[in-house]
Structure formats: C-alpha cells, structure tokens
Write a protein that binds this ligand. Structure first.
Ligand code: BES
Ligand code: MN
Ligand code: ZN
Length: 498
C-alpha cells in the first residue's frame, strides 16, 4: 500500500472511498463528516440514524454516494481517545473500504484529542497493519487490495507534523510486516541460513553493517550452549550480528553521535521440535514461530536507518533449528557457554535460553553495550500466566524496565512485568554443573528469566517473553490470524524516544 499526504478537504480528495471518524455519543457530525454528508444530500446522517450507529471503537458503517464509498469509523468516547483507539478505528475503516472494493482510499487524520503527528502515525499504522495479508503460498492472490492510502489534512498548519507522523507510521508498520512475513514463512523455507540471508539483504538495502558467523566461528568463540542446540539439526547454525550506527559506521561513541549503545537479541529457533525431548504433535504445530524474536530484531534493525535515532544499535540472533537426531544433544549432557558457565541440559526443549545465553555472553563481551533487550518466544508458562495478548517483561534494571513498559504502552503492545524472585534461582541448581536449564513447572517464565539473568552480568538487561502475543489464532483488530510482529513497534518507540 502506497501512502501519500494531501492538504485538501475530505470531500474534495479523489478516490474510491473516504474514511472519516465519529466520536461516540456526539449528536452533531464533525467537520469532515458533515461536509461529506452535505455532498451526499444528507445520506450519511440518515444512515447513522437508521442504524443507530454507536461509534464504538472498531465499529464501522458505510454509505455509497456518487460512486464513492463513505466509510464512517467509530472512535469511541472523545475523552478516551488514545493512539490505540485511532489505530483500531483506522484499521477497521480501511478494511471496510477494501472489502467494498476500493483501491484508492482517503482517510482523515482521525480524532482531535492528541497531537496531529501522533494521530497521523496511529492512522497509518492501523491502516497498514489491519490490511496486512500473507499471500506467498496462495495461487489466487486477494483481489481486493488497497493500492493507495491518502492521508488528508486540510489544515496547512499541521501539514508538517502530519507528514512526519505518516512517515513514522509507515516505517513502523512496514518493519512489523517484515517480521510477520518472516514468522509466517514455514520452517522449510526459513532455516538459519535463510534468516542470515534475509539479514544480509536487509543490511545491503538499508546500509547496516552485518557479520554472519558459521559453526566453526561459533566454536572458536566458545558458544557451546548455542552449538549444543544446533547439534541435532541437518541445517547449519548461523550467528547474525547487525549494526546500526547513527554516524554511518560502528565505532567509539566519542567519534559518532550515538548517545548510547543498545543490543537487541532475538530468539532465532527457526523450528522447535523440542529436540530429543520431543514435543507432542499439538505442541509442535506452531513452532515455525519460534524465531519471532529474531524476526522482530530484523524488523527493528531495518527501520533504524530510516528513523535515524542517535543510538548505536546491535542486533544479535543465534539462529538454529532444535531437532532430534543421532547427533543431537542428550538430556543430561553438559554444555559450556561462552563465558565458561557449564549447563546441564535437563530438558532439550528448553533450548531458547541456551541459545540466548551465548548471545548474551557475546553481547557483554564483544559489544560492551549500555543496555541489552532480548525478545523471545521463550516459555509456555508465560502464555499460561498472561494469556495470548500480553507479553512478559523481566529485567535486572528498574529504569530500563519502566522505560520499556512506557514504550510498549505508547505502541499499544501490552506487556506485564514479572518479578525475578532471587530465591527461585535454586530451581536451576544442577547436581554436576553450574546451572540446569530447567526448573519445576511453577513460575516457568520467571525461572527462564533468572537463567538468562546469569548471562547478562552487570549490564542493564531486559527480557521480553513474547510466546503469547507473537502469534494469534484468531483475527485481531490490528493483525489477521498468524504472526503479529509483536515487539517491533515497542522497540522502535523505545529506541527513538527522546
Ligand atoms: N518455544 C518454546 C516456548 C513455547 C512453548 C511457546 C509452548 C509456546 C507454547 C520453548 O522452547 C519451550 O519449549 N519451552 C518449554 C520449556 C520447558 C521444557 C521448561 C515450555 O515452555 O514448555
Ligand atoms: Mn523448546
Ligand atoms: Zn523454543
């Protein structure tokens, strides 16, 4: 979908459909809608009246007039306007226009309660995310698609803010769509090498620095935990390191404009069979999605050169499958991570933390960042605790945790902090090694967090467990069934915050 900005009145923009907002419980039609109504001889008002349209968030109705569709998108009560209500209204409005066959859609900068820039971003995010579809494997592609979205702002004083918001919204949504595409792609077509190729292509397109380490280099680096997970797979592992630097090239902070250096790590298990501790068929079915953290990192890294924040950002992905075979790591084996910590493999299905352990070691030792954030579809326990719509956040640093929670709130991606209870560390005791990779069932998300914490050392670190929200089994306001691209917009909001 192409997105453009027009400084015209809503009733004057050309197009097959116009989307206009309406707050709940307000009798008088607002400016944009009032003009459309007049041009349509009062049809809009009559339909709203006849349907008893309530203008709840996400509720839409439409009228045909002069060969165009006029789509009315409910915004909910004015006083409760948030970026998220505007995203949902835009998504529902543009989807309705699309389903009615419109290819050129014009939309208002919905609402009037937030700054124009923020509203414009929300409208474009909602429109693009709501209209997302994954068609790669279908012979018959969707016929009804919106080709152009024209964001209309009649007030010239807001033109610049709106243009900025639109650009940001487009960048955020496209980054999310990239993550969704990668996650939706079956594991057969997206193994560790494919993920690495996607990273290299992204780096070339967006002028990022990229390094990819193969098995031999990872062995040289001492990544025994990561390689232990990769041991059972016919697909060779790949360790991916991407760098965005505001100065154009990575290096010392003194030389560049970077205010700080942040590492984002994404869990990159391209398929999680469980390994020798094999999952059930039901448990395995969705496990192509076990690289959703990695996909989020690629989405974020690709967007940074467009958004140009004054922060140096390193994206790390330890990519591998987790497969059973004669060469696979056995339950009871002991692995040695890059920092020398030995780990008894209590369960080969707790593989994510093993790969992340070495990525964390690499971050601390090789990148020396100010902060680390990892994103991982890490535990079923987190899904039990928080359900499918909310991610878990754990951190060794209260400031980082609260800044991330604030960014998540602004992005409309729910996260809830879980406590890293020190006493639970005893759940990770091993009879023969420094750590065991599993504990008892209760508090499994926290145990996993505590395991990771051991490898972050003194560096401020936060962990986002997205096992729940990374994939949706039903259509959501901003995502059809399938991958959601969760954490991309939270991280971009965080990394571009003042
Ligand atoms: N990728 C899974 C996490 C997961 C499990 C996500 C179920 C969604 C649904 C992870 O690698 C895993 O298998 N975790 C185990 C850990 C256990 C063996 C301690 C889990 O959560 O069951
Ligand atoms: Mn697993
Ligand atoms: Zn996994």
């Amino acid at each position: 979908m192409r997105v453009v900005v027009a400084s015209q009145r809503l009733d004057e923009v050309p197009g097959d459909a116009v989307v206009a907002g309406l707050y709940a419980g307000e009798k008088k039609l607002p400016g944009g809608l009032a003009r459309l109504d007049r041009a349509a001889g009062g049809q809009v008002g009559r339909v709203l009246e006849a349907e008893q349209f309530k203008a709840k968030v996400g509720q839409v109705t439409h009228v045909h007039a002069d060969g165009r569709r006029i789509v009315v998108a409910g915004l909910g009560p004015r006083a409760e306007t948030t970026a998220e209500t505007l995203r949902r209204a835009a998504a529902a409005g543009v989807r309705r226009a699309r389903d009615l066959g419109a290819r050129a859609v014009a939309a208002e900068v919905l609402g009037d309660r937030l700054p124009a820039r923020q509203r414009a971003q929300a409208v474009v995010e909602g429109a693009l995310l709501g209209a997302y579809g994954f068609e790669r494997y279908r012979r018959e592609k969707a016929e009804r698609v919106v080709a152009t979205l024209t964001v209309v702002e009649p007030d010239a004083r807001h033109a610049r803010d709106v243009a900025e918001g639109v650009h940001r919204g487009e960048t955020f949504a496209n980054a999310t769509a990239l993550a969704r595409d990668l996650v939706n792609t079956p594991a057969k077509d997206l193994g560790p090498s494919d993920l690495a190729r996607a990273a290299v292509r992204l780096a070339r397109e967006r002028k990022l620095t990229v390094r990819v380490h193969g098995r031999a280099e990872c062995r040289r680096l001492g990544m025994g935990a990561f390689l232990g997970v990769a041991a059972g797979s016919a697909e060779p592992p790949r360790f991916i390191h991407l760098i965005y630097s505001p100065a154009g090239r990575p290096g010392g902070r003194s030389a560049g404009r970077a205010r700080k250096r942040v590492v984002v790590i994404g869990k990159g298990i391209t398929f999680d069979s469980g390994g020798l501790d094999l999952k059930t068929s039901e448990g395995m079915l969705r496990m192509k999605y076990d690289m959703a953290g990695a996909a989020a990192v690629l989405g974020v890294m690709g967007a940074l050169p467009i958004l140009r924040p004054p922060v140096e950002v390193h994206g790390l992905i330890a990519a591998t499958e987790n497969m059973p075979s004669g060469s696979a790591t056995r339950p009871g084996d002991v692995l040695r991570a890059m920092n020398g910590t030995t780990i008894e493999v209590g369960n080969t299905d707790a593989e994510g933390r093993l790969t992340l352990a070495d990525a964390l070691c690499y971050a601390v030792r090789r990148v020396e960042p100010d902060e680390i954030v990892d994103v991982a579809t890490l535990t079923g326990a987190c899904v039990i605790a928080l359900g499918p719509l909310c991610g878990g956040l754990m951190a060794n640093d209260a400031g980082l945790a609260s800044r991330l929670l604030r960014a998540a709130e602004a992005a409309g991606e729910p996260f809830w902090q879980l406590p890293l209870i020190d006493e639970y560390k005893e759940h990770l005791k091993s009879e023969i090694a420094d750590l065991n990779n599993v504990g008892p069932r209760g508090g499994g998300a926290i145990t996993a967090g505590l395991f990771l914490k051991e490898f972050a050392g003194a560096t401020p670190w936060a962990h986002l467990d997205v096992a729940g929200p990374a994939f949706t089994e039903k259509d959501l306001p901003l995502a059809p069934k399938g991958a959601t691209g969760v954490a991309v917009r939270t991280l971009l909001t965080y990394l571009t915050a003042e």
